[in-house]
Design a protein around this ligand. Structure first.
Ligand code: SF4
Length: 599
């Protein structure tokens, strides 16, 4: 078992390794190990931007062993929600860390000047990175990637948005993958940590290579030939655009509507026909769900003024459903090229595109209502206007006015100052995902530990039960079962898309081949404990589930399950709380602890 934790203090330029066998034997890796390290490393009430605030990375336990086991988990205190920051990324980062010989990485401290952490197996350096500061994550990757190497290499970096502490800035992994949500980029920026590069040249020791090989082939067969994952290879998640539009579950016009007349123009089908250039995979995954589109950008336009022919270059950028809804239908943008321009801008600056979509939609509506004026925005936001939106994104990152400085903190803070909370489309302060499918999607986002649609697949119970009434009991049981099981999978490094392949039976069998015996019940218990750890952190930091409410807008839009009602949402959350408390989980912050936090 790889139970070595690498600690790096970037303020002191030092590093050391601690063996944490007890945590790894209980939680294996990924979310499980990271949840425990977060509780250990982050003192109660810590400021997410304080030098002592830790960033924890943990690759899943089966990363580098079985197909689609590729994810690394990042945990930190989120500057956006002020409680749990948890984000998962594919790409080479998790395998590079494991091949370098570590089960987890903890970054602490802060530097006075920009630095990059460079790890090559057991050699760890904190180097000055002045020349990288201000660069886009895409340029940083180009600059730090070694061209000749053996082993597994990964480069992760924040962009200008992270440097400027925009609370929903991200960290980009190997160009095309992301620790996308909850503001890890800003935590990097607060430490003046621009990038981490890892080169791992070791291997993962296996007790029974033949048994692993046999299991690998069995799983690979399921991944490739069962059809369970073919959607992800074909159009990818961008297929959801037309499917959800057809169902009447596609958030449109800041969730005012659930169907978009212009959906065709930004659909996965149109992208695939005219803009798709390549499909790529995480290492060890045969699916290649990452669809890369080609976007022509002007090459040095200042040299081309007055000329008939303008030179341009083509950049490749990843697209999938979530940014497509957030920056597309939700903003009434119906041209694929314009949508790509917005996605590229978010990538270039290192911003969570989903949250940016929610922010732009709120800004446009608040402007229409007169809550904010040109004095605040400096430019008129208009539905579907790509030029205005590009400028607004720049203004947020540059914090061009007091309004933009507030907007950089997220929609809760902005709506506290300017109003408009009823259409600030956030759940638990995180931007809502692109599903207005019914109660499952709304309650799932509110109760999920990281307020993501990937927390508990709440949207999927809505989609599976069209035209069937669902009881509160069914919804809350589904959300609990799903989230507990997903946390077991997230401790192993599973990609969310392969959950249909990695059934409980398959996971037990796979674990056995690497010498870890766990029953289905033990795995479920482990997943539940991980969820409890995460909520312990959230509650400790002041999060109170009973107070969570969705924006009123979700009650004003037609969903496939009809118009949703506030009292129903409240009742489902109440039942969910009762069930979770029945498991022994405390969901209310202690008075004393709250006072301490507010002090
Ligand atoms: S399905 Fe996609 S995200 Fe998941 S492991 Fe494969 S390539 Fe990576």
């Amino acid at each position: 078992m790889l139970s070595r934790v690498l600690y790096v203090d970037i303020g002191k330029r030092s590093s050391w390794v601690v063996d944490k066998h007890d945590i790894f034997s209980k939680y294996l890796g990924g979310s499980g190990v990271a949840s425990k390290l977060l509780l250990e490393e982050a003192r109660p009430g810590i400021d997410p931007f304080s030098p002592e605030a830790p960033i924890i990375f943990s690759p899943g336990y089966l990363v580098g062993v079985f197909p689609c086991m590729v994810k690394a988990v990042a945990m930190f205190k989120s500057p956006l929600t002020k409680n749990l920051g948890e984000s998962h990324a594919g790409g080479h980062f998790s395998s590079a860390l494991r091949f370098a010989g570590y089960g987890a990485l903890v970054v602490r401290g802060a530097s006075e000047y920009p630095v990059a952490v460079k790890i090559k197996d057991d050699k760890v350096r904190v180097e000055m990175a002045d020349s990288l500061w201000g660069l886009s994550p895409l340029d940083v990757e180009r600059s730090l990637r070694e061209s000749h190497y053996e082993g597994m290499q990964s480069v992760i970096s924040c962009g200008k948005a992270g440097e400027r502490l925009v609370c929903y800035s991200n960290v980009i992994v190997d160009r095309y993958h992301h620790f996308g949500r909850l503001g890890l980029g800003a935590v990097f920026g607060s430490k003046r940590l621009k990038a981490i590069s890892i080169l791992g040249t070791g291997e993962i020791p296996l007790e029974s290579p033949l048994a692993v090989k046999e299991m690998y082939e069995k799983l690979n067969h399921e991944v490739v030939l069962s059809g369970k994952m073919s959607k992800y290879h074909d159009l990818g998640t961008s297929a959801n655009m037309l499917e959800l539009n057809e169902l009447g579950a596609l958030p449109t016009h800041n969730f005012k509507d659930s169907r978009f007349k212009g959906a065709e123009g930004i659909s996965g089908e149109v992208m695939a026909e005219s803009l798709l250039r390549r499909k790529i995979s995480c290492p060890g995954c045969p699916i290649a769900c990452i669809h890369l589109a080609g976007l022509r950008t002007d090459f040095a336009p200042e040299h081309e003024k007055g000329k008939k022919e303008v030179f341009s270059e083509e950049v490749l950028l990843p697209y999938n459903y979530e940014p497509m809804y957030a920056l597309g239908s939700n903003l009434l943008l119906s041209e694929a090229k314009n949508l790509l321009r917005l996605i590229y801008h978010c990538e270039f600056l290192g911003l969570d595109a989903m949250m940016v979509g929610n922010i732009l939609a709120w800004t446009t509506e608040a402007f229409e209502e007169g809550r904010i004026t040109l004095d605040d925005t400096l430019i008129k936001p208009e539905w579907g206007s790509v030029e205005a939106y590009l400028q607004i994104i720049n203004n947020i990152v540059d914090m061009k006015s007091p309004f933009y400085a507030k907007l950089a903190q997220g929609l809760l803070e902005t709506s506290k100052r300017y109003g408009g909370r009823e259409y600030a489309m956030i759940a638990g302060n995180n931007g809502m995902a692109g599903y207005i499918t019914g109660y499952g999607s709304i309650v799932g986002a509110l109760v999920g530990a990281r307020h993501s649609h990937l927390s508990n697949s709440g949207y999927s119970i809505d989609q599976k039960t069209m035209n069937q009434p669902l009881s509160h009991e069914q919804i809350s049981d589904f959300l609990i079962e799903q989230e507990d099981w997903l946390y077991a999978l997230y401790s192993l490094g599973a990609c969310y898309f392969c959950r249909g392949v990695y059934t409980k039976e398959a996971v037990c069998e796979a674990l056995k081949t690497v010498g870890t015996e766990k029953t289905k019940e033990e795995l479920m218990k482990m997943g539940k404990e991980i969820f409890h750890n995460l909520y312990k952190f959230k509650v400790r930091e002041g999060f109170e589930l009973a107070e969570q409410e969705p924006p009123k807008r979700v009650y004003q839009v037609q969903t496939p399950h009809g118009m949703l009602k506030a009292e129903e949402v409240k009742a489902i959350i109440k039942l969910y709380i009762k069930k979770r408390e029945g498991e022994g989980l405390r969901l209310k912050p202690e008075e004393k602890a709250l006072k301490e936090l507010l002090r």
